[in-house]
Write a protein that binds this ligand. Sequence first.
Ligand code: ZN
Length: 212
Amino acid sequence: MLAEIAAAAALICLDPGHGTAPEIGRELEPIGPGSRQLKIKDPGGAPGEAPVALAIARRTRALLLARGYRVAMTRDGTGYRGGNRERARFCNARGAALMLRIHADGSSDPALRGVSTLVPALRRGWTSDIYAASRRAGRIVQSDVVAATGARDLGVVERSDLTGFNWADVPAVLVETGFMSNPREAALLRSAGYQQKLAGALARAAQRFLIR
Ligand SMILES: [Zn+2]
């Protein structure tokens, strides 16, 4: 019971991908603290991805608020003016219990479909403080989303190249909710019913991660 009360006060930071103002999205930023390797702030994502990510995030926020959690969103519209470093810093500054990044995938192969969850790879000084917790969160998110949607399970994937992970000081995961490049999956991702299914799975996963 005490754990539930403590967890209920936790803040979840939702980060719907992309939707950056084009002139900002073209700018470069270091992929991690002290890195000379630069990466574009926002290549724009798959066609149609940004509004789908935002719609799922808004539905997830509603469900989390209804369960008594606090929620912050890195963006709640188009024209975001930061990069992935700013997205991570936004969640860091709020002491988020989890940074939940919401995306959809794209591929040149229209047959590709399914859900994957990206987690930070281990890198000393960058992600060593969040690696284990992020992995645990990633496994929960992946299994809950696959169970709720019946989507093809593409697994949990470690990534060392994602700026938004390397700057995060709070547990962080990125769910690729499906492929916008697959006509059937794109139609599902654009539908209110499927978005709500995804939101339910994400809210449940966040809660399972927090109440261990
Ligand atoms: Zn994306």
